[in-house]
Design a protein around this ligand. Sequence first.
Ligand SMILES: Cc1cc2nc3c(=O)[nH]c(=O)nc-3n(C[C@H](O)[C@H](O)[C@H](O)COP(=O)(O)O)c2cc1C
Length: 366
Amino acid sequence: MEDNLPVNVREYQELAKKALPKMAYDYINGGAEDEHTLRENIAAYTRIILRPRVLVDVSKIDMSTTLLGYTMRSPIIVAPTGGHKLAHPEGEKATARAAASCNAIMVLSFSSSCKIEDVASSCNAIRFYQLYVYKNRNVSATLVRRAESCGFKALLLTVDTPMLGRREADIRNKMVFPRSGNLEGLMTTDDHDTTNGSQLERFARATLDPSLSWKDIEWLKSITSMPIFLKGIVTAEDARRAVEAGVAGVIVSNHGARQLDYAPATIAALEEVVRAVAGAVPVLVDGGIRRGTDVFKALALGARAVMVGRPVFFGLAARGEAGARHVIEMLNGELEVAMALCGCRSVGEITRSHVMTEGDRIRSLL
Ligand SMILES: Cc1cc2nc3c(=O)[nH]c(=O)nc-3n(C[C@H](O)[C@H](O)[C@H](O)COP(=O)(O)O)c2cc1C
């Protein structure tokens, strides 16, 4: 073991910043426009206070939970983030091995640097696939079929990205995104314009289909038998529509605050969505989770599981596969302590009464 390993996600972020070229670090770390939502995703967690219960025998803590019938060691899932070769030459293969060794589900990004087939064969694990719908539907449909035939178990359709949010650091840095191996032979990705803003933004504008709408869920169902989650729901209205559309789950997400600035912090939107869904399908949340106590808070407010994006990416940048694994292990360890100190022996014992939100405090004063 190396000496002086980081002891929390924040320290991994510092290591990643030192390890990465500025363009790569800014791409991973940055958010849209004023980065208000980026700060709020984290700050909103700090405003939720825990209500621990004591004198519970917590000598055995069981963090396991299920999703789509799969048992997970803990409710922590690796969120889909594109371009892992920016952080490490092994890219998503290293991340996949890290997740598998923690028995955590990894969601592979549509914009992964590594090929779907290479990630699938890198190790044995339950994995989900994330989808962007391109104007050329054939490209998206082909990748969905490839993921399904590689044994991916669910599809996460990202619905918050009809076009790319304005990530000003990427524009300033003239961000160049690593070519996705998955698109080889399907479309050309050449872009020789190195003078003008973010190449990623130009690529997204050329490819993403801004006409994607609710009716297309039927199209998606017609090309895959994988269960479909919608990733990027933050209102009760859309949550109800998602249930009506017959999806298998909803993910409360603002894309790590990289799309619409001034969208709500996801932990602040979670309860509204959970109420609207009313138990019909599982609700997941991502955005701003940096501590085991954040995971605990999300579960208390009704999430079945959480996804973490940047923390794993930072781990990968700092120490490769071992770093990504350590980040997941640290969050698991923190969650275990949070559960013990709150008197919860299983995730099922984490309830709404274990947290006090700002709204609760205001209501208690009225
Ligand atoms: C560097 C980076 C790349 C991302 N790429 C994708 C992507 O390809 N597809 C997608 O649906 N979401 C993508 N996301 C959003 C994540 O899936 C997730 O919603 C977000 O990272 C959660 O916030 P967190 O980073 O604070 O944990 C990306 C996020 C980051 C930080």
